[in-house]
Design a protein around this ligand. Structure first.
Ligand code: SF4
Length: 149
């Protein structure tokens, strides 16, 4: 075993020990610490209920069926909207970019998303993905406003 590998294992063991001991010692870092660490990276906290939902939001298999018929909306959006597959597969997976994803969602209403959900072979809950993105984009804006004031 190399010195570098031993060093890495010691660091990992120390991190594990700290993680296990912190709740017992009452020194566990909480939500405020998370926000202080990650707000500048535009990463909002995810609540327990949201965490449970996350797996169901990421089931897109890139079949492209939901983009069929979206050409006119894509053209009208002037580049803001690249189709529903882009929203389900890419734009909704990067929280720091949720402002752009929220603008993209403006091009496609909930009625249309409901139609497309019925067409989706992976049963991606598109309206739920939209709600998650809009909620987190709003939190990002609020965090940014708080940091600026
Ligand atoms: S129809 Fe469903 S699985 Fe296919 S690209 Fe759209 S969201 Fe993904």
């Amino acid at each position: 075993m190399t010195v570098g590998r031993i060093h890495a294992l010691l660091i990992l063991a120390w991190a594990l020990l700290r993680t296990l001991v912190a709740p017992i010692m009452g020194t566990r870092r909480g939500l405020a610490a998370f926000r202080a660490s990650y707000a500048k990276d535009r990463l909002p906290a995810v609540g327990a209920a949201e965490r449970e939902d996350l797996a169901s939001l990421s089931g897109c298999i890139a079949c492209g069926l939901c983009d069929d018929g979206e050409g006119a909306r894509i053209a009208r959006s002037g580049g803001a909207y690249g189709g529903v597959m882009d929203l389900m597969l890419a734009s909704s997976r990067s929280m720091p970019d949720y402002d752009a994803a929220a603008r993209s969602f403006e091009a496609v209403g909930d009625d249309r998303l409901a139609e497309l959900e019925a067409r989706c072979p992976a049963r991606v809950p598109m309206r739920k993905v939209k709600l998650f993105v809009l909620t987190k984009a709003s939190e990002l804006r609020d965090d940014g406003a708080q940091r600026a004031s």
